[in-house]
Design a protein around this ligand. Structure first.
Ligand SMILES: [Ca+2]
Length: 256
């Protein structure tokens, strides 16, 4: 019985060895060039169970002490699905700090599934989630070096949400920072949110970090982000997470 069978408590997982996990992909779009840049891979649990919901899936795994195994299984599924679909551009994969530390112990072995796939490591960006769980940024930076030496990039996920740390930004020098949707939703009509995003844009310039605005759901917010010079965006307006995601701009606003 695989680890995911244990997590799900399922007698017969729907999809064999991966315990019924499904990868969904949400577009990441260049706001300045109005073109696709890549996709974030997101995992879903077995169809027809409560664990279809990723929050419940990960809570279930955490309660059973198998969260890192689930993160690695999820990444494996995301990479194999991305390769099978032949999706273009960047692939962003979510990992927590504790999982990255585990990967970094033997990066070539732990990430063998990636190195053996047709997705070049230079196209892959790790999104560091749950910043509050990074107990020692300096140690994480050292551990990350062996992963980044493979050519894999780094993004800080959900920046500005709760426990985000400027120290992580300064110390880890990520290639990307994802601006949390809290600051993006309603940005066009909210001076405080606008000023926060503007400040992050200035920090991005100082640190040489590329910014991705999360949670873009209105054309008004999209235009403000473009005018501020935010390089990339993600959100329902630009594409939902889907098993076989959009590859064309047909559903985007006609101009922004
Ligand atoms: Ca993410």
């Amino acid at each position: 019985m695989g680890v995911l069978d244990t997590i799900a408590g399922l007698d017969s997982p729907a999809d064999g060895a991966d315990g019924g996990l499904t990868a969904h992909f949400q577009p990441i779009v260049s706001l300045q060039r109005r073109e696709f840049y890549g996709y974030e891979g997101l995992i879903r649990g077995p169809v027809g169970t409560a664990l279809r919901n990723p929050a419940q899936l990960f809570a279930h795994a955490r309660a059973r002490g198998v969260e890192i195994a689930l993160e690695i299984a999820a990444a494996r599924k995301v990479v194999s699905s991305f390769a099978r679909l032949g999706l273009p551009g960047m692939l962003a994969v979510n990992f927590s700090g504790p999982c990255i530390e585990r990967l970094a112990e033997h990066p070539a072995r732990a990430l063998g599934f990636l190195l053996e796939s047709t997705v070049a490591p230079s196209r892959v960006v790790i999104e560091l989630t749950e910043h509050e769980r990074v107990a020692d940024p300096t140690r994480l930076m050292q551990r990350l070096a062996s992963v980044r030496a493979l050519g894999i990039g780094l993004a800080l996920d959900d920046f500005g949400d709760g426990h985000s740390s400027l120290r992580l930004w300064a110390e880890l020098a990520p290639e990307f920072v994802k601006i949390d949707k809290y600051f993006v939703a309603g940005l066009h009509a909210d001076p405080a949110r606008f000023q926060c995003v503007k400040a992050l844009q200035q920090l991005g310039s100082v640190f040489g970090t590329r910014l991705i605005a999360e949670g873009i759901e209105s054309e008004a917010d999209l235009r403000v982000l473009r005018d501020l010079g935010i390089e990339f965006g993600q959100g329902y307006l630009l594409g939902m997470p889907e098993e076989s995601p959009a590859r064309t701009s047909a559903t985007w606003p006609t101009a922004w």
